[in-house]
Design a protein around this ligand. Structure first.
Ligand code: CMC
Length: 430
C-alpha cells in the first residue's frame, strides 16, 4: 500500500506514522490523516481548509491551474452550450444525463412543487420593507423546515429526493416573493406551463394589471447563468450545507445555512459587491487608481470579482459570461457604461505584476451582475439569483452525503491559545 511517512523530529522524539494515500479519478491525491492523532498525538492545522479534502464526492471536478470545471465529468462549456438548468440539476442529483422522458418527468415534478403554503407568506410580513432579500430568503427557507419536519425521515431515499425537488422548485417562488414584498407588489403565483427561468421572470416582473412581454433572450441568459452557478464542489456554502447535514438536520435548515454562507462578499455576495464597485469607479479613466488601491493592503479594498481559492487561471465560467454579456446586451439593445469599466479593469489588472504574481483572474461574479442588471434584476437580488442556481448543487451534495458510508458528524479540532487552567477569583477579590 502507498503510504505517506510522517515523523516528529526533536529531542527524545520518536513518534511516526505511515498514513494511507487516497486517490480520486482526477486531481491530486490526499493523505488520509484520520489515524494521525491516535498514532502520534498531534492534529493537523489548516485554517480555511487550504490543504484539506473534507469528503469524497463524485459530483464536480475543478482543475484550478488549467481552468477546468466538470459537472459529473461533463465540461462546463459543453453544458453551457447544449443543456438547460433543470437538465443540469438532474445531472448533479442523479449522476447521469436524463433521457427525454426522464427530463420531462423531472421538469413536471419540479413544476408541481413550485407553490408555497399560503401561511409561509406571513413570514414575509415580519420583515421591514427595506430588509435585504438574502436575509429574507435565508429566514423563509429555514422556516420551510417547520412545514416539513415531523413527517420528514432523512433516512428514506424517496423523502430525501422529494425534499431536494421541493427546494429546487420553491426557491424561485420564494426569491421572487421576497423581491415583490420589498417593493410592495402582491406575491405572484407560479405559472407551471412556463419553463423554470421564464416562470421565475414572470413571478418577478408580471403585474396583475397587464401581461408581461419578455424578450426571448431573457430566460435563455438566466438559464445559462444558472447552469454556470449550479455547483462548484466544496465551496464555503456547500461545505456549510454538508456540515449542517452531517448532524442529521432537516434539509431545509441545511440549505438555509448554505444561503447564509453564500451571502458574504468573499463568496456569492461578490456579485452585488462587483456592481457597486464598478459604479463607484464610474469611468474607465478611474480604473488605474482602483487597481492601485486594490494593491495597497492598508486600503482594505480588494477588486471584487477577482481571485479564487482554487482557480489560479481564468475562471472558465467568467470566460463564458464575458462572451455572453456582449450577446445579451446586444439583443436587449442595452448599452451599459459599466461594461466598459469592467473591461478596462480586467485589462489593467491582468497586465499588472501584483495580479500576475498572485494568479488573480476574473471569477464567475465579475461579469454576471452586468447581465442581471440588463435583465432588470435589482442589485440586492444578485446573490439571491446565485442562491437559486446553487440550490441544485447544495441538494446534490446533501443527497450524496446522506448515503456516504464514511459520513461522520463534522467536528473540527482547534489549537487552544487561551489561558491555562486557573482558579476562580471571587468578585470582591478582583
Ligand atoms: N484584490 C486584491 N488582492 C487580492 C484579491 C483581490 N480580489 N484576492 C486575493 N488577493 C491577494 C491577497 O491580498 C493575498 O495577497 P498576499 O499574498 O500579498 O497576502 C493573495 O492575493 C492571496 O489571497 P487570499 O486572500 O489568501 O486568497 P484566498 O484563496 O483565501 O481568497 C478570495 C480567495 C476569492 C476570497 C479572494 O480572492 C477575494 O477576496 N476575492 C474578492 C472577492 C470575490 O470576488 N469573491 C468571489 C469568489 S468566486 C465566487 C464564489 O466563491 O462565490
Amino acid at each position: 500500500m502507498e503510504t505517506f511517512e510522517i515523523r516528529l523530529s526533536g529531542e527524545g522524539e520518536n513518534r511516526s506514522a505511515a498514513l494511507p494515500i487516497v486517490h480520486g479519478t482526477l486531481g491530486p491525491s490526499a493523505v488520509d490523516i484520520t489515524r494521525l492523532p491516535r498514532e502520534t498525538g498531534v492534529f493537523t492545522y489548516d485554517p480555511g481548509f487550504v490543504a484539506t479534502a473534507s469528503c469524497k464526492s463524485a459530483i464536480t471536478y475543478i482543475d484550478g491551474d488549467a481552468g477546468v470545471l466538470l459537472y459529473r465529468g461533463y465540461p462546463i462549456e459543453q453544458l453551457a452550450r447544449h443543456s438547460t438548468f433543470l437538465e443540469v440539476a438532474y445531472l448533479l442529483m442523479h449522476g447521469e444525463l436524463p433521457s427525454r422522458q426522464q427530463l420531462a418527468e423531472f421538469e413536471r415534478e419540479v413544476a408541481i412543487h413550485t407553490m408555497i403554503h399560503e401561511s409561509l407568506k406571513n413570514f414575509l410580513n415580519g420583515f421591514h420593507y427595506d430588509a435585504h432579500p438574502m436575509a429574507m430568503l435565508c429566514g423563509v427557507i429555514a422556516s420551510l423546515s417547520a412545514f416539513y419536519h415531523y413527517k420528514l425521515d432523512v433516512h428514506d431515499p424517496v423523502q430525501r429526493k422529494l425534499a431536494a425537488i421541493r427546494l429546487i422548485a420553491k426557491m424561485p417562488t420564494i426569491a421572487a416573493a421576497c423581491y415583490r414584498y420589498s417593493i410592495g407588489w402582491p406575491i405572484a403565483y407560479p405559472r407551471n406551463n412556463l419553463d423554470y427561468c421564464t416562470r421565475f421572470l414572470h413571478m418577478m416582473f408580471e403585474v396583475p394589471a397587464e401581461p408581461l412581454q419578455l424578450p426571448p433572450i431573457a430566460a435563455k441568459a438566466l438559464d445559462l447563468l444558472f447552469i454556470l452557478h449550479a455547483d462548484h464542489e466544496q465551496n464555503a456554502s456547500t461545505s456549510t450545507v454538508r456540515l449542517v447535514g452531517s448532524t442529521g438536520a432537516n434539509p431545509y435548515a441545511c440549505v438555509a445555512a448554505g444561503i447564509a454562507a453564500l451571502w458574504g462578499p468573499a463568496h456569492g455576495g461578490a456579485n452585488e459587491a462587483v456592481l457597486r464597485m464598478l459604479m463607484e469607479i464610474g469611468d474607465p479613466k478611474n480604473v488605474a487608481q482602483a487597481v492601485a488601491r486594490a494593491k495597497d493592503k492598508k486600503s482594505g479594498f480588494r477588486l471584487m470579482g477577482f481571485g479564487h481559492r482554487v482557480y489560479k487561471n481564468y475562471d472558465p465560467r467568467a470566460a463564458i459570461i464575458r462572451e455572453m454579456t456582449h450577446e445579451v446586451l446586444g439583443a436587449l439593445g442595452v448599452s451599459d457604461p459599466l461594461l466598459e469599466v469592467a473591461l478596462a479593469l480586467e485589462e489593467v489588472a491582468l497586465k499588472d505584476e501584483y495580479f500576475i504574481e498572485r494568479k488573480l483572474y476574473p471569477n464567475v461574479d465579475f461579469y454576471s451582475g452586468i447581465i442581471y442588471k440588463a435583465l432588470g434584476i435589482p442589485t440586492e437580488m444578485f446573490t439571491v439569483m446565485f442562491a437559486i442556481a446553487r440550490t441544485a448543487g447544495w441538494v446534490a451534495h446533501w443527497l450524496e452525503q446522506q448515503t456516504d458510508p464514511e459520513l461522520k458528524i463534522g467536528r473540527p479540532r482547534q489549537i487552544y491559545t487561551g489561558a491555562a487552567s486557573r482558579d476562580y477569583v471571587p468578585l470582591d477579590q478582583r
